[in-house]
Design a protein around this ligand. Structure first.
Ligand SMILES: C[S@@+](CC[C@H](N)C(=O)[O-])C[C@H]1O[C@@H](n2cnc3c(N)ncnc32)[C@H](O)[C@@H]1O
Length: 280
């Protein structure tokens, strides 16, 4: 399931967009209409095994753990790459006072993120548009920070996206992201992630070199698998019981109940912080 493996080919942004359109509609259908309320489409973070945060609270906690590393405040400009339905952008805008622009390849997600900006009264401070991270539609040095929560696994070329992030960052600006790494050699059960979800993992040891090649300075990399993956996947499995997913809908199984179709022990979760050098 890694990017270096042979066929099938890696993610195709248009297809990933269509997949998220469908998953977003399915979530609204099976879990209740979320229009204008928003939710995080990422894993939860529990600081300690005995933490009693609910899954929803833990997904906000992950947003906060990442936001704290962005080093932004009132008046800063943040780009959220792969913004989902907008909940992280709205939360960070409230927490920091920053102006946040979110992009995603899914039209359905962007429409819901727009609705969220409206219902939260944050239009003007938070905005969303459909765009591909491989080709960011923004001027050079137009952001103080870039965030990417779980969108990197969908990128056909991580290096190209990181170069784009560097280009739109001001010198000294940070990029904070999460990504999946593989904890051991891929097995056949890992393939649905790539084939069906358009996701790849990256070998953890490769990250510093990928950042360097994109012209970014390495700041921090943490393996946060234990704080995120096992409890999140268990919580998703519980939620899936209420959803009556069709067994043959492998994409929906992957998205809403990953441990039912993929080898969970394979997946590790990384928090990565990098910076555009102050002087080129
Ligand atoms: C797992 S979701 C995470 C959403 C959001 N960051 C959150 O935490 O709620 C992955 C996101 O990446 C976006 N995405 C995938 N490929 C993309 C691409 N090539 N360009 C921009 N966004 C992309 C999807 O549309 C989706 O919003």
């Amino acid at each position: 399931m890694d990017d270096q493996m042979t066929a099938p080919a890696g993610p195709v942004p248009e297809e990933v967009g269509q997949l998220y359109d469908r998953m977003t509609l399915l979530a609204a259908d099976l879990l209740g209409d979320d229009t204008g309320h928003g939710y995080n489409a990422h894993l939860g973070y529990w600081d300690a095994p005995h933490s009693d945060l609910t899954y929803d609270e833990a997904t906000d906690r992950l947003t906060d753990v990442l936001a704290g590393r962005l080093r932004i405040g009132a008046g800063s400009r943040l780009l959220d790459v792969g913004c989902g339905v907008g909940a992280p952008a709205v939360r960070i805008a409230r927490l920091t006072g920053a102006e946040v622009t979110g992009i995603a390849v899914s039209r359905e997600q962007v429409a819901r993120a727009d609705a969220l900006a409206h219902t939260t009264g944050l239009r003007g401070q938070v905005s969303f548009r459909q765009a591909d991270a491989m080709d960011l539609p923004f001027d050079d040095a137009s952001f103080d920070a870039v965030l990417a929560i779980e969108s990197m696994p969908h990128m056909p070329d991580r290096g190209r996206v990181l170069r784009e992030m560097r280009r739109v960052l001001r010198p000294g600006g940070r990029t904070v992201l999460t990504d999946f790494h593989r904890r051991r050699s891929p097995t056949p059960t890992a393939h649905p992630l790539r084939r069906v979800m358009g996701s790849t993992t990256v070998p953890v040891d490769d990250y510093p070199a990928i950042l360097r090649a994109a012209g970014l300075e390495f700041v921090e990399m943490l393996d946060i698998t234990d704080e995120t993956v096992p409890r999140s996947f268990a919580a998703l499995a519980e939620q899936a019981k209420r959803m009556r997913l069709e067994a043959e809908d492998i994409a929906a199984q992957c998205y809403f109940n990953p441990q039912s179709v993929i080898d969970v022990d394979l997946l590790g979760y990384l928090l990565v912080v990098a910076r555009r050098p102050r002087h080129d």
